[in-house]
Write a protein that binds this ligand. Structure first.
Ligand SMILES: N[C@@H](CCC(=O)N[C@@H](CS)C(=O)NCC(=O)O)C(=O)O
Length: 235
């Protein structure tokens, strides 16, 4: 079966967590909005009046299934492609970690859009500065400290132990994105998360991920995505 991924064509965004899982699994997929059928196909799916229409991208079409919500898509792919433990407890644990990552992703987004996603960044620069300060003072240490602790207590080298899961791929993306968006702040913080940094390197070196990152399927970070580099927020 060839999967169809529906996500905004010009950004990594939340679609990237799904792309990384599909790439690691060497699954056949089409990134639909980046093809000619493009955006109209994506809009049609969201406006469907029957079935299980998704509220927002990313969503995945897998045969007859249409699955929305990043963590839900990964729950599905994890079982089908051995990117999650087989047992119920293990599957729920990785899903729980992914939902916590989704919370973190929203807070990362809110550093540049604290007043709301439909307003321009330029109209919320001052609150963005304040929110970013709080994010780095309080939230980054809390979230990344949590994941660092979980990773260390698993015995490694991956978050749940010996085997890679989609949560590891997502943590790779978090570290990569924070490095892009906040290079100065991240550099000053990195000493506190040695295990996560090692995980980032380990994931980047996996053959399928390395090939993906070097390909033109990997969209470059940019200022339309979740991880945005604004100099004034990285002081
Ligand atoms: N909780 C959802 C959030 C989905 C989401 O916010 N998608 C963004 C793009 S990254 C979007 O297009 N949102 C449109 C909207 O909220 O109106 C997930 O994790 O997939």
């Amino acid at each position: 079966m060839r999967y169809e991924l529906f996500y905004w064509p010009g950004i990594q965004g939340r679609g990237e967590y799904v792309r990384l899982a599909l790439e690691e699994a060497a699954a056949a997929y089409t990134d639909v909005a980046r093809t000619e059928r493009g955006m109209s196909a994506m809009t049609e799916m969201m406006e469907a009046s029957s079935g299980t229409p998704p509220f927002a991208p990313p969503f995945l079409k897998a045969g007859k299934l249409v699955i929305g919500q990043t963590a839900n898509i990964l729950l599905y792919l994890g079982s089908r492609h051995a990117l999650a433990p087989k047992g119920e407890a293990g599957r729920l644990w990785v899903h729980q970690l992914q939902l916590t990552i989704a919370d973190l992703v929203l807070e990362i987004h809110d550093t540049h859009h604290p007043l709301g996603p439909t307003l321009y960044y330029e109209d919320q620069r001052a609150p963005a500065r304040k929110r970013t300060q709080e994010f780095w003072n309080e939230r980054v240490p809390k979230y990344l400290g949590y994941f660092e602790g979980v990773l260390k207590s698993s015995g490694g080298p991956y978050i749940t132990g010996r085997k890679l899961t989609y949560a590891d791929l997502s943590m790779f993306q978090i570290v990569d994105g924070l490095r892009y968006a906040f290079p100065k702040r991240m550099k000053a913080f990195e000493g506190q998360i040695p295990a996560l940094l090692e995980l980032h390197g380990r994931v980047a070196a996996r053959p399928n991920i390395r090939a993906y990152l070097a390909s033109n399927r990997r969209i470059a970070f940019n200022e339309d995505g979740i991880f945005r580099h604004y100099k004034e927020l990285d002081q």
